[in-house]
Write a protein that binds this ligand. Sequence first.
Ligand code: AQP
Length: 330
Amino acid sequence: MVSGVQPTGYLHIGNYLGALRQWVLHQEQYENLFFVVDLHAITVPQDPKGLAEATLSAAALFLACGIDPSKSTIFIQSHVKAHVELCWLLNCVTPVNWLEKMIQFKEKARKQGENVSVGLFDYPVLMASDVLLYQADLVPVGEDQQQHLELVRSISKRFNSLYGKKKRILKEPKPLIQGNTSRIMALDDGTSKMSKSSTNDMSRINILDPPNTIQRKIQRCKTDSLMGIVSDPVGRPECTNLLNIYAAFTNQSLTQAEAECREMSWGQFKRVLTDALTTSLEPIQRKYHELRKDEDFLRQILKNGSDYASSIAQVTMQQVKDCMGFIPIH
Ligand code: AQP
């Protein structure tokens, strides 16, 4: 299984519940590669210092959240050169009109106007390289990545039919769809996704937010004037989202959390939610700060990870280049 996080800002509880926490569970079940996708991050403008810091911070959070480097491979995408190399080769088999259909491109391009880069357009092909390079069977995806994964499968199929003759060169990975936590919504708007790159820090809880910041954000988050804390995705999106977050951080189903909170006032609910968040995030934050004190240790884990990932990637690259007619170095 492969999965990644973009260092486009500090990781939030959506990234934790939708990705990192699931990854920890998956590491007992699958052979995993988890990486910080810094090459993807630059498809929208990034400040270089901010990118470097966010990259190391994300890698440290992988470990702090429980990814064990003796069970899973952790690395930085740009440290394995084959991602870019395979991306170029796949670019040459991917029809432009497939990429033109990508909803995420259309949405991000609309926001960026004339400055939209070729890289943003090509984002899904780089994602295809990330996955196909390691011959992954499974890719955990939230709702918004499902279209991209379908494209990855189409690219793989097309590559195999053009170059594979009777052999399958690249695998067709399957999506691993998450449950209720696959889409954690923003604190200021229960209908839009919690996001790292939103300019409003009050719209999200970052994994590294100290307790007083978490308290302030929950205190000021958008609510409604109705009685009772119940799930009603259409009528009460903010309430449903907060209940969903509470359920996830107290390891309950949504139904169980609703039974516990149904009679609470907003004030009572915000207190228990703040407690659940601060208590769950405290050990992660402690581990994170320890790791950031020993950068050599972190960098060594990342180096081991990229060495191992490169060795797998090389096998795929050789097969891909051979069947496309590239001459190997003598
Ligand atoms: N709000 C979310 N709820 C649940 N899961 C989420 N993920 C992201 N946001 C939520 C999951 O986190 C993983 C890494 O995501 P990404 O780095 O590719 O970023 P993204 O999905 O584009 O959203 P972000 O983190 O908010 O970043 P920006 O602002 O840069 O778009 C993925 O598994 C994703 O599903």
